[in-house]
Design a binder for this molecule. Structure first.
Ligand code: 5GP
Ligand code: ZN
Length: 115
């Protein structure tokens, strides 16, 4: 359920400080320490899952919940109507650096450099 060496597990358990944006039984959302946009929030499942490659059928509802949570946060923080981007990096070529599944929620500027 949790990995003692994982930085995001430590954040979820309050062992490393973070700026919390949202939390419920399944997910924890907090501001990225090195924002790539004016709004840069990470949404992570409380269960330690390394990456999209490790997702199973049983996680289907959890992943749906993460996306719905991203949309809720965008509305709650007032940038939903301006637009936002949700990104998941899986593995080395994608640039994943923290191996606890997470979705980036980015907003506050136009993103023209990616797909
Ligand atoms: P990845 O490249 O794995 O998709 O994204 C990992 C993200 O986690 C990066 O944007 C990085 O800035 C963020 N990050 C890494 N360590 C910490 C931390 O200790 N606290 C917070 N809030 N964000 C972190
Ligand atoms: Zn973890």
């Amino acid at each position: 359920m949790s990995d003692t060496n994982c930085i995001f597990c430590k954040i979820i358990h309050g062992e490393i400080p973070s700026t919390k944006v949202y939390e419920d039984d399944l997910v924890y959302a907090f501001r990225d320490i090195s924002p790539a946009a004016p709004e840069h929030i990470l949404i992570v499942p409380k269960e330690h899952i390394c990456c999209a490659n490790e997702l199973e059928q049983k996680h289907e509802a959890l992943v749906g919940h993460i996306i719905l949570t991203a949309a809720k946060i965008a509305k709650d923080l007032g940038f939903a109507d301006d637009g936002y981007r949700i990104i998941n990096n899986c593995g080395e070529n994608a640039g994943q650096t923290v191996f606890h599944l997470h979705f980036h929620l980015l907003a506050g500027s136009e993103f023209t450099n990616l797909v």
